[in-house]
Design a protein around this ligand. Structure first.
Ligand SMILES: [Zn+2]
Length: 262
């Protein structure tokens, strides 16, 4: 009997471990890490813009029927998404054109190494590059905990960071300043922000954002923890290769979660 466990590109540690444990048990028993709410559709449907829901795990059968290439898509901003953005990532004083942006649907490997739906709004200049990077991260089983639009957090970057949410476009000022952030143009992406905090210098002292990222803020050179972005990290390497700059290389403030196009 074939295992139906979905994996993120190639054999993974999770998959290998599950197969090993299943050899000692009934083959059909569920791995311990499987969520009770994981989809078990009898007749899997293809994944489309209409049934895409960020945060939902997907099965291998759904990926197979959809085609993996169709799980990594960039489109113009759909009406429903644009409506959702209003007053949140797209405030009344937003100076962009809707056509400047693209809506991206990608799969990512969640904390359990399972394929999960994610979505991003990015500038059209970087849309194709970003899709390619997330495909490569997925194929390499790179863990990204969640990827909801920041509108799901009412456009509140602090809430999104504290929830370790990966995001891109949000028309706003750099926190504590009057400057427009690269995120306002959809030209910067924050990856796993809880574990890779933003550490500006305020009144001469480092200030950790989000506050619950404090355990991951200092001593990074030697500390080991999940999702850590450093020079050996695959996301760092792919974004740099594609021409993005990393906030972790900034000389004064550090922004370990942040990759921006310049
Ligand atoms: Zn950022």
């Amino acid at each position: 009997m074939a295992l139906t466990l979905a994996s993120c590109g190639g054999a993974t540690y999770e998959e290998t471990r599950s197969q090993q444990s299943s050899s000692q048990q009934n083959e059909t028993s569920a791995p311990k890490t499987e969520q009770p709410a994981a989809p078990k559709a009898e007749k899997p449907a293809a994944l489309t813009a209409n049934n895409w829901k960020s945060g939902r795990e997907v099965s291998q059968a759904e990926i197979d029927i959809t085609g993996i290439d169709n799980c990594f898509v960039s489109t113009e901003i759909p009406d429903a998404i644009f409506a959702k953005m209003q007053g949140k990532s797209w405030p009344d004083n937003c100076t962009l054109q809707r056509s400047d942006l693209r809506y991206i649907r990608v799969l990512h490997c969640n904390a359990d190494g399972k394929p999960q739906m994610g979505e991003l709004v990015v500038n059209k200049k970087i849309a194709d590059k970003v899709v390619k990077i997330f495909r490569e991260l997925y194929d390499n089983n790179y863990r990204i905990e969640k990827m909801h639009l920041i509108d799901d957090y009412d456009g509140n970057d602090d809430a999104s960071m504290a929830d370790n949410n990966t995001s891109c476009f949000n028309f706003r000022f750099v926190p504590g300043t009057k400057n427009i952030s690269k995120h306002s143009y959809g030209l910067a992406i924050d990856i796993n922000p809880l574990y890779n905090p933003y550490i500006p210098i305020r009144n001469g002292k480092p200030y950790v954002m989000p506050p619950n990222g404090e355990p991951y803020a200092f001593g990074r050179d030697t500390a080991q923890f999940p999702y850590k972005i450093d020079h050996n990290d695959l996301a760092y390497q792919l974004f740099r290769k594609a021409g993005f700059n990393w906030g972790g290389s900034w000389s004064r403030s550090k922004d370990y979660q942040h990759f921006q196009w310049e």
